[in-house]
Design a protein around this ligand. Sequence first.
Ligand code: PGA
Length: 321
Amino acid sequence: MRVTFRQLKVFETVARLGSFTRAAEELHLSQPTVSMQVKQLVEAVEQPLFEQAGKKIFLTEIGEELHRTCHALFDAWQRFEMTAADMKGLKKGRLRLACVTTAKYFVPRLLGPFCERYPGIDVRFEIANREKILERLSRHEDDLYILGSPPVHFDVVVHPFLDNPLVAVAPSNHALCGLRAIPLERFARERLLVRERGSGTRLATEKFFRDRGIELTAKMEIGSNEAIKQAVAGGLGVSVMSQHELRNEPADSVCVLDVEGFPIARSWYVVHPGDKQLSVVAQAFFRYLQTEARHLLPAIGHDADVVTSRREDCSSGTIPR
Ligand code: PGA
């Protein structure tokens, strides 16, 4: 059967509108052209597609069948066109990504393979603390946002894509290192080094202690994750930080403590404004985070065991008060 896409398009319009004249208008064709296209289709099918009753035309049984087939064909073609547009869009484009400070420990590792896969994509990567990222979100400045806790006062689409445990850390020569099940009250008596106001890590830490009715008395504010790690290693105090921060840390610089209730179980979330249509590139990165982040980053969550078993000899000791 020799049938063209154009004939099917003309036939579908006539069938839908029930009129050759209106089909010609919609398609910006002359009526003889429309009639000719339908005639050729009838010849190819070798059966009448329409029948006339008075001034009206109706589809024959095979005409109905062809009408349904046209819809299925056009749907499939539309899907193909969308895929083709996606593939073209991914060849060139821009991804505007904004992440909270702590996400810098793993997001670049995820961006590497993504950019390798789509070399034509430019990435703009903003890093700031949670409060500043939420300000950017409210102004729709970026395509996607990576946060440690989803915003509550915005209309957003939120997806968790990776674990983000917060661990309790101390200098590696601290008396609590290696002890099991350290009471939270005991840990809270140490000087706690916290990030600046507006930090998501600080917010989560303070909430954790508040929910358990424990007040943090001795706090020292330091506005950078790296500086906090150095300060802990140097003996200035203890801290609570994302385990992602310890990934490349030498094993003996700080020690992960086995404190009751720790690690604080959290996730990393990818977020975008609910009313915003994502670009093809942003959609691709969104899907990529959901499907591949866990495979690309080695699992975390065992460091605490490594550290406590290193000092197993102390594990039955009494907890210093
Ligand atoms: P922060 O956020 O880098 O602002 O502390 C991290 C988080 O919310 O986990």
